[in-house]
Design a protein around this ligand. Sequence first.
Ligand SMILES: C[S@@+](CC[C@H](N)C(=O)[O-])C[C@H]1O[C@@H](n2cnc3c(N)ncnc32)[C@H](O)[C@@H]1O
Length: 207
Amino acid sequence: MKKTVAEHAERFSEKAASYDDSKSDEYQACASLVIDHASPGADDVVLDLGAGTGAIALALAEDAERVLARDISEGMMDEGRQKAADRGLETVEFAYGEFRDPGIDADRPVDVVTSNFALHHLADDEKREAIRVMSETGARRIVLGDVAFFEEPDPEAPFYSPEVDDPATVGTLVEAFTDEGFAVTAVERIHDQVAVIVAERVRELPA
Ligand SMILES: C[S@@+](CC[C@H](N)C(=O)[O-])C[C@H]1O[C@@H](n2cnc3c(N)ncnc32)[C@H](O)[C@@H]1O
């Protein structure tokens, strides 16, 4: 990680109020695909990691039984909480949670994990740990939208700021999902540096 968790939290809280005004077409396409692929059922619990102001969590709140939105930035989550209140959504719950320690009860079942434009803040070994934690929730499906490299990294191209971001290659992420017992069923290329990866569980957690 190029910055500590606390530094990332402070950085995002500072820009939380204007965050929703700064979205690119590629970001919108990525978020839409994450929402579409997540496709929770009415009885499903969704865990959205790096939820920010709730782009994914709020969109899924009407479809799922419950959405657990977790983030490290209280400023970002306050924006999300306000939007949930404005829309009368009572099925989404914002609370502090870090990728590798999302702060959910171990006995609270999770069916679908989502994350959009957030995991790339972690180093590759930390991403692997985060994907293991996602798997350990017992979820049957994980949908990850993020900055990830299909080609050689290009700091001059959009979405990658080397001073704060630490994206993986798409291959590294696919390998991490398969190592945790998932089959990658779709990889959407939104940009040379933006991917959506859909992973479905094929190996159950040990009893
Ligand atoms: C670019 S925003 C994306 C927010 C939201 N998912 C969206 O699609 O708009 C990245 C979010 O990741 C959160 N974040 C960064 N590092 C994190 C970590 N280690 N654990 C959990 N959240 C993290 C930030 O606080 C921020 O809200």
